[in-house]
Design a protein around this ligand. Structure first.
Ligand code: B12
Length: 214
């Protein structure tokens, strides 16, 4: 599977056309999509971040790498979602917190939640506490998943949890947090119900906390 290394390079070099064609080939050869994501594309994005920190990459490169990963994810997403959605499914609300536009990890989590049988309401990025609360009310959601990729936006998770408390709704929902800078310690400190460092583990935890171990 040496050509899969080229998927890593296509994301690292911000080449959506190549990322898409390699993903097409890999899926045609029935390679597990989780391998494409976890062993090739996420490490590439980590390297993109490292280069950004060393001032070797700048915003345009970050954007092109994100575009490459999103292009490949467009092909993978239907496979992750599968036909897991059921009529009586529990509603999960996902969103990236206010001030933050990073959405690749959040979208991956959303696809896996849908694949895990949840009904998904994705609020997108830059989501205020009020929007999370309104979405839970409108959809009778039992799960809220917040994502943050910036240390400066992480406090928005606490603000959102506090807003649920103020609205008298904290006990109605399971709240999970995640994103590269988030830690278990931070999750405990802000009163979230749980944290995981990857999307698949997040879905397993959500099901466990909702007593849905199917
Ligand atoms: C791509 C990227 C961008 C793109 C985002 C495009 C998009 N549509 O998402 C763009 C160019 C827009 C961008 C902008 C900026 N970025 Co940026 N970006 C990145 C980069 C390189 C990759 C992020 C990514 O997609 N990773 C891949 C995904 C799959 O990983 P993930 O989101 O962490 O998700 C995984 C887990 O965390 C988990 N997960 C995620 N969410 C959740 C939620 C729950 C509930 C659970 C259980 C799990 C979970 O699941 C996933 C794995 O399965 C990171 C570096 C990095 N390694 O993280 C920097 C990085 C996050 N960016 C950074 C910075 C500084 C910025 C800017 C401020 C730059 C600037 N000067 O303008 C802006 C901020 C814009 C804003 N207001 O949000 C810094 C943050 C530093 C910090 N300490 O806060 C980083 C770390 C780069 C760096 N090393 O310096 N960025």
């Amino acid at each position: 599977m040496e050509y899969l290394e080229k998927l890593h390079d296509a994301v690292l070099n911000g080449d959506p056309t190549k990322a898409i064609s390699i993903t097409e080939q890999a899926l045609a050869e029935k390679i597990d999509p989780h391998i494409l994501i976890n062993d090739h594309m996420i490490p590439a994005m980590d390297e993109v971040g490292a280069r950004f920190e060393r001032f070797e990459y700048f915003i345009p490169q970050l954007l092109m790498s994100a575009k490459a990963m999103k292009g490949a994810m467009g092909l993978i997403r239907p496979l992750l979602v599968g036909d897991g959605v059921e009529n009586e499914a529990i509603c999960a609300v996902t969103g990236t917190v206010k001030g933050d536009v990073h959405d690749i990890g959040k979208n991956l989590l959303g696809a896996l939640l849908e694949g895990g049988g949840f009904r998904l309401v994705d609020l997108g990025t830059n989501v205020s506490p009020e929007k999370f609360i309104d979405a839970v009310k409108e959809n009778d959601a039992k799960l809220v998943c917040m994502s943050a990729l910036l240390t400066t936006t992480m406090p928005g998770m606490k603000t959102t949890i506090d807003a649920f408390k103020d609205a008298g709704m904290r006990d109605d929902v399971i709240i999970l947090v995640g994103g590269a800078p988030v830690t278990q310690h931070f999750s405990d400190e802000i009163g979230a119900d749980g944290y995981r460092d990857n999307a698949s583990a997040g879905v397993v935890l959500a099901k466990k906390l909702l007593n849905q171990n199917n």
